[in-house]
Structure formats: C-alpha cells, structure tokens
Design a protein around this ligand. Structure first.
Ligand code: NOJ
Length: 459
C-alpha cells in the first residue's frame, strides 16, 4: 500500500545508497525531442514529431518541442548542474534527423558535432553517457515512405545505427536500441494519438514486426563495430492485475500483460510473439519472412525496464481484439500522479521479478521511473514532497527485489528537467529540476536535492 498521501514521518525510509551495492548505476533519463529544441538548427531535418505537433491538433494547447528545454544550446549548463547534483549517469537519445536529415544518405556534420560535444562534455565531467538510438522521432522523410510500416525501415535503421556507432562508439559504452517499442507503435500506428498519427491494425501489425526486427538488428550492428559495447533496449512495463478474481477478468489481464509486457521481449529471447495469449498476433504472420524468427533474436547485455504504475483489467466485449479494458485509477480512488497514473510502488517490484524470471534475461536496469506532480514555485523553491516520497517508495521496492536476488543494477529517474511530455505538452512536470519555459531558468526541486544527498551518501 502506498503511503504517499499519508502523514507518516519520512524517517520511515532508511534507504541507503550503499544497500544497492557499489556497482549500482544511478542516473537520470531524457529524450532528444523532449528536451533539445533547436528543431531547425544547423541543418537538422524534420522528424515526425515536428510534423505531428504542427499539424495534428492533438497536442495539449498546440504546444511543441521546437524550443523545449533549449538543451541544444544549454547542454553544458545542464551537465554542470547534473554534476553538482552528484548524478554520474546520463541517459539521452540521439535525434536521427539531426544526424541524417533525410533519414538516409548524407549525414549532417553539425548534428554529429553536437552529439560529439555533448558526449565529450559528459566524459570531461565524469558523467557516463547512456545513449538511446530511437526515442520516437523518426525522420519525416521516412514516414512519407511508410515509416515503421515499411520493411525497408530495417535498412534505413541499420544505416543510422552504423553511423552512430562509428562516430560515437569509441566514447559511448552503453547503448539502448529502442525506447518503449509498444508505446511508439501503439500510440503512433494504432491509436493515432502520437506521431505519426496513424491508426488501425493494418499499420499497427507491420510496425510491431519491423520494430521488433530493428531492435535485434540495431543491437547486432552496435556489437559489430564496437564489440566491447554494452547493448540493451528498453520496455514500458506495468504490473497488470485482474479487477475481480474470476476467470473472465483473469484471462483479460493475461491478454493485456502479453501486449504490454511480453510483446517485444519474448521474440528477442527466441520465444516468438505471445500468440497463445493474444490471438490477433497470429496476423503478424503476414509480415514475416523465412528466417525472421532468428533475426528477431538477440542476447542483450541488459534490459531497460521502465515502470510507473499498475493497471487493473476487466473483461469487456466491446473492445475489439483484446476484449479487455482498464479500470481507471481515478475511479478506483487510489493515489494518483498528474498523469492520473496510480502510485503503486509494488508494481516495480513485481515487474522486476517478472523480467528476472526469464532465464535469458541477464542484467536489468530501471531506465525510467518517476512522477509528474503539480509543482509550486515559491520564493525560489519547490517543495515537491510527493515526488520525493514517490521515488523513495519505488526505490525501496527495487531494493526489496534486489535483496531477493533480482539482477537489477541501475536506476534512472525520469527525468532530469521538466520537459515536453508528448501529447500532454509541457503541463506534466516530471523533472528533479524545474524549468520555467519562458525564461529557461532552472530551479532544483526539493526532490532533486534529496536525490543529490542520497547519491552523496556513499561513493
Ligand atoms: C516513457 C517515455 O519513454 C518518456 O518519453 C515519457 O516522457 C515518460 N515515460 C513519461 O511518460
């Protein structure tokens, strides 16, 4: 049970960094489109998010990431702040259309230069870069050719990954191929609420298969050019529970679990898609070629688990294909964040146990966890007790899993600064550091000070 809204004294948490072990990696996570801005700077080409934010009408108050946190210009300042806060691992993504404006073909030297400078500065400050290759911002030119629905994406993606590993591979040790594939194919190619705004099974199914292939192909390319690199990929994971202990709801929960938590990891592990629990995935056969089962497999050095909440699932005849729906947290009268996601620390424990139980999963990192709450800036301070409490409770659950033998060796807070939360715009604030988007002023929140003190407690 979460104690988030209770008045229990803080001392209840005697979390110590040392309990997680010496080699445990502590960091923060971000993504290019959400922080960089500089959307047309120095030869950058448009991405599907540049197009979607300007045309779809689906973003809160019509906002966009054109400037965002202006990280493109302020990266040094932000890295100094990160260092001051004792944060020594930084996860960020590369914007594909910044380094290859048309997605394929001629690279953009200035774009490459930006990431070189960013990586060099990290290293100079003792901050380890953790690079995500694809965090949702596909070059717009490629979307005109079908984007993730076109099998040619494998060739395009391999070219892009090759460029990145050749240019940055001597300095970057830790790579993540994709960020949350289910979310970008689900929201972008089934529901149409994220870029590129496509809908329906005819888009969703090929996008699933091509993303799953790129996940493994991208990893192979990194290893080919940088054999000592550590290669992972990241998944959005939620703990799924049935609404009632009856067969119908239990099966509905299993279907959602297969969709949300198993769809992309299992083909990588050589288990194929979870067709038994999710019958409509049989239709994926249409897009599969001989040899694909092998191509889908890759033995990742680590798996990035990203968890925020749990979902409660009920059977429903009205939802096509999955015959299940979730019971909103608001309705259940449980503590929620500004995203209306339930605060449920046990979720991260359950998910860690679940992923650890796959024999072939080695190391696990929590590559994202955090919370959006309404922040009030008063006299230069943000007393975001709820965020601190959230992090403490989730971390306690991570530690519990670790003590029970789960091979979890890192934790990255989403996010360093407040940023552009996709269709929700700038309203949800996830940062340890507050950003005034008018002045670009950064203010460390109390949660940021807490994290900093926690990290300082033991080297
Ligand atoms: C998942 C995504 O990777 C990230 O882009 C997003 O901002 C956070 N979670 C919060 O929703």
């Amino acid at each position: 049970m979460s104690t988030l809204n209770s008045e229990e004294p803080k001392e209840r948490f005697s979390l110590k960094k040392r309990d997680f072990g010496k080699g445990f990696k502590w960091g923060v996570s971000t993504a290019a489109y959400q922080i960089e801005g500089g959307h047309q700077a120095d030869g950058k080409g448009p991405s599907i998010w540049d197009i979607f934010t300007s045309k779809s009408g689906k973003i809160y108050q019509g906002q966009n990431g054109n400037i965002a946190c202006d990280f493109y210009n302020k990266y040094e300042e932000d890295l100094y702040l990160m260092k001051d806060l004792n944060i020594h691992n930084f996860r960020f993504s590369i914007s594909w259309s910044r380094v290859i404006p048309a997605g394929v073909g001629t690279p953009n030297p200035e774009g490459i230069d930006f990431y070189n400078k960013l990586i060099d500065k990290c290293l100079a400050l003792g901050i380890e870069p953790w690079v995500t290759l694809y965090h949702w911002d596909l070059p717009a030119v490629l979307e005109q050719k079908g984007g993730w629905t076109n099998r040619e994406i494998i060739t395009w993606f391999k070219e892009y990954v090759t460029l990145c590993v050749k240019r940055f591979g001597n300095k970057v040790k830790n790579w993540m191929v994709l960020n949350e594939p289910l979310v970008f194919v689900g929201a972008g190619y089934l529901l149409g609420v994220h870029a590129p705004g496509k809908k329906g099974m005819k888009n969703f199914l090929p996008a699933i298969h091509h993303a799953a292939l790129c996940q493994a192909e991208g990893a192979r390319i990194i290893k080919q050019y940088s054999p000592q690199a550590r290669v992972g990929t990241t998944f959005s994971c939620s703990f799924i529970e049935p609404f009632r202990p009856i067969q119908k709801d239990i099966l509905a929960a299993q279907r959602i679990d297969a969709l949300v938590n198993r769809l992309f990891i299992e083909p990588a592990l050589g288990m194929g898609y979870p067709v038994k629990d999710l019958k409509f995935l049989k239709k994926l056969e249409k897009y599969q070629l001989p040899g694909d089962k092998e191509l889908l497999q890759y033995d990742f050095d680590f798996i990035g688990v990203q968890n925020y909440t749990r979902e409660i699932i009920k059977h429903s005849w009205f939802v096509p294909y999955i015959k299940a729906r979730n019971i909103k947290a608001e309705k259940r009268k449980v503590p929620i964040t500004a995203m209306k996601w339930e605060v449920y620390p046990d979720s991260i424990y359950q998910i860690l146990k679940k992923f650890n139980s796959y024999k072939k999963v080695g190391e696990i990192y929590i590559t994202e966890n955090g919370a959006a709450f309404k922040d009030i800036l008063e006299d230069g301070e943000i007393k975001d007790k709820r965020r601190t409490r959230f992090l403490e409770e989730y971390l306690a659950a991570v530690l519990k899993a670790k003590k029970e033998g789960v091979n979890v060796n890192g934790y990255f807070v989403w996010s360093f600064t407040d940023n552009f939360e996709w269709a929700e715009g700038f309203r949800p604030r996830f940062g340890l550091v507050h950003v005034d988007f008018k002045t670009q002023k950064r203010t460390v929140k109390d949660s940021g000070k807490w994290y900093s003190n926690f990290l300082k407690s033991f080297k």
